[in-house]
Design a protein around this ligand. Structure first.
Ligand SMILES: O=C(O)c1ccccc1N[C@@H]1O[C@H](COP(=O)(O)O)[C@@H](O)[C@H]1O
Length: 213
């Protein structure tokens, strides 16, 4: 029997986040399908939930699956309050916040995701602001739009998550082409804007099952 090469030993299962969940059956489908994280949108969006409405959904999520509260431009105090009420363990910031915001939220015990877009001018190295992972999304988050790999000024490095316009039909090709550490989906598992389709959640997760970064 041959030993796996050191390169093979470094491969790990793709991180998969399913975002914009609003109902118990959606959370259950994501967890049952093997999602690494589920996301609740606590900012302006057709998928917006109040922190109080997110809390019972977060309570359905077992240990080992991250509960992500998503924000865009809210004051830090509000981010902290809403994420706590929602029962989230991870905060995703889309507002171009400075490194100090990540330092402050880290001190509160949250895991952190920095979300940006290819042409933002932000560093594309995961962890540059102290975050646990970096999402690279289209400039209009939650729009279902894809971004062109040609718009990347540099190759992203570290724990970076591909987002923006992914769907059950394109995710395998996108991962094969860009080799991200993880993937993130919202619009691509909806039957209409803001309305999740449990069958599409299952199809997406089945498609990426077993894929490695
Ligand atoms: O989903 C939203 O409406 C949203 C609003 C504000 C900030 C982030 C939002 N969603 C994030 O967008 C990507 C998913 O994009 P897509 O719909 O699959 O193209 C994901 O990171 C969500 O957390």
């Amino acid at each position: 029997m041959s030993d796996p090469s050191s390169e093979e030993l470094q491969l790990h299962h793709l991180y998969v986040k399913v975002c914009g969940l609003r109902k118990p059956d959606e959370v259950e489908a994501a967890v049952a399908g093997g999602a690494s994280a589920v996301g609740f949108i606590l900012t302006t969006s057709p998928r917006r939930l109040s922190p109080a409405d997110a809390r019972p959904l977060a309570a359905l999520v077992p240990p080992g699956v991250a509960k992500v509260a998503v924000f865009r431009g809210e004051p830090l105090e509000e981010v902290r309050r809403a994420a706590t009420v929602a029962g989230a363990d991870t905060i995703q910031l889309h507002g171009g916040e400075p490194p100090e915001a990540f330092t402050a939220l880290r001190a509160d015990g949250f895991r952190l995701i920095r979300a940006t877009s290819p042409e933002s001018g932000d560093p594309l190295t995961a962890g540059a602001y102290g975050e646990d992972m970096l999402i690279i999304d289209s400039p209009r988050p939650g729009s279902g739009e894809r971004w062109s790999p040609e718009s990347l000024p540099e190759q992203p490095t570290g724990s970076w998550v591909l987002s923006g316009g992914l769907s059950p039909d394109n995710v395998v090709d996108a991962v094969t082409a860009l080799r991200p550490w993880g993937v993130d989906v919202s619009s691509g598992v909806e039957s209409s804007r803001g309305v999740k389709d449990v069958g599409l959640i299952e199809k997406f997760l089945t498609g990426v099952r077993g894929m490695r970064s």
